[in-house]
Design a protein around this ligand. Sequence first.
Ligand SMILES: Cc1ncc(COP(=O)(O)O)c(C=O)c1O
Length: 366
Amino acid sequence: MDLPPFLLDHWLAAHEFATPPIRYNLAASTGPQWSVDELLALGGGKNIGGVKIGYAPPEGGKRLREAIGGFLGVDPEWVVVTTGASEALLILLCLATRPGGNIVLPAPAFSPFAVMADAWGLGVRTYTLSRDDGFRQNAEAIFAAADGDTALALVNTPHNPTGSVMPFEEIEVLAQKLGERGVPLVVDEVYHPLYFGRQSPTAASVPNAIVMGDMSKALSLAGLRMGWLVIANPDLRKRAIDARSYFTISSSPVLEDLAAHALDNHKTLLDRLSAVATTNRAALVAFMKRVSDIVAWAEPEGGTVAFPWFKDGRDSRPFCQALAAAGVLVAPGDCFGMPEHFRVGFAAQADGFGDALTIFERTLRG
Ligand SMILES: Cc1ncc(COP(=O)(O)O)c(C=O)c1O
């Protein structure tokens, strides 16, 4: 099978992981990074020296599932630990695959949604997030995109790459309407609980919703490769745990232990993310006003990214290349199938975000 090139990772590999790495990383969709020492020091200190390096249970160890259940306010029994939300996605697609079946997905979106669905043999039906209404994920449009062969529908809130947030009440209504047709609603909430306006509860307790979450984004610990599914239905959950056994067997117990410790201290992690994201977002709002003769945007309502566009419709890639050469990395919109856009991450760069915007403006004005 030929998978299309993963353009975003090619771009990041060429710059973020280059030697030396790019000076200002505004392409990342994560929060400010933590070192192992910083993480271990939280909450009065933690020692992982005694952890046995065997397998963990496929569904995740009891302590971690309890920590995730506590974080989301759901029964820990509903939690299935996965290798990032990436594996959670693969498990759901694998279990949903059936002859002629399809999945309803947002466009634009995190590219693995459609690529992996296609790889599993599912048809892809998309609903479009329009910049004219702030990239809203509209329950009616999503429901209308489903048909008699739809196996799953997915929303991503806060959304990558646009930062739009789907109101909780709309998620509830959509999940209920899809449920009447026997179609589960997958809610990818890897950026939960980072909101800039009204706070939104997790969808983990919404009937007929399956939540995908992780520790990469809001908890700023992408290197733990820790994610989860929250599945209330015991039969589906059993099948998901079996799929996990087949895919990756388990997480590392070392990383599970670190993850549980991180969740015990989630307030500290979220506070740091929120401080960086809120400060940088305010700087970005002012910047976007200054350059509004050239670019437009919809202010992100949650998460760590925004998706501005060139008003004259030009392909952003040459500009992104010039900006990278000047030391600032943003992601070209063609990575999301929309070349006139570019993605700006505003939560990873704890220092120097203002300097990066100065270089940005200088490059923009040529
Ligand atoms: C919307 C969304 N879902 C899922 C993922 C997968 O992340 P991870 O595997 O690190 O949990 C990403 C990563 O960028 C994402 O943006």
